[in-house]
Design a protein around this ligand. Sequence first.
Ligand SMILES: [Zn+2]
Length: 308
Amino acid sequence: MPDGEVIHRAAAALRIALVGRAISRFESTSLLGPAPSPGRIVERVESHGKHLEIAWDDGLVLHTNLRLTGSWHLYRHGERWRRPGTQMRVEIQTADWIAVCFNAPVVETYREYDRTRHPGFGPHGPDLSRPDADLDESINRLYHYHDQLAPVCEALLDQHVANGIGNVYRCEVLWACEIYPFSPVSVLDADDCAHLVTTASGLLRSKLRHSPRITAAISQPGSFVRGDLAVYGRNGQRCARCGDTVQVCQPSMYDRLLYWCPGCQVHRSIETMQQMPGIDEVREMDPHPAAVKFLANLPWRRSHPIAG
Ligand SMILES: [Zn+2]
């Protein structure tokens, strides 16, 4: 599992091996965008969080998001790779080195001078706190989010989807819609996206009209949790909707704290597990007591009517 430090070190090694050198070969099995041309010089290698970028002298930038599965390795010619070739996503050769990226979910290129055309760097989404916000545009941006494997709790914080949803309201919106926060965007249908965006818009606008905050349990019409928030900052307390205990976690080391209820935020949890088989098995083998507790608390392990 890559963390910031590992990626930072990988970037440092790639910088020493590649910067100032011409590439002799570029291969990718999952590249979105134009491929760098042989002969072009690598100008810089940067990392921030889980992202690693390589820029060439013609302004082309390779962006890789390593998430939980990806990694960059450096090999000499003829050296045996430590991962199977089938997991290769990018291979960059110079006269002396071969840099290989394995299993990165996002591999794409963009032109540095044209950053606005990059899906992750383009114009911001509609400001949902405004009464005239274009909700359809926001729904569309969420549904067609450029990183379909991103968990919905992360996508909701992306200003390119919608402006105005901070950490407090992403937790509240997910609770109001009963959505499993770790579902990848790919398992959401158009109705889910519409529900999330209209709920966010409703909550943000009610925040402007009223003080203190009001969280509307939109999934239960007429039910309001007045004067307080439903889950944010309420870890260890009972969920107002199902009575389960509100949990807090940090989805990744780069993310902010997420408050959620494992008892009732189960919508799309089954699809998430089906789309990512293996998650369960990996965690099953972890003998750490904290992992055992975590497993026991998973909603689909607690004879939940939906999870079975
Ligand atoms: Zn609940």
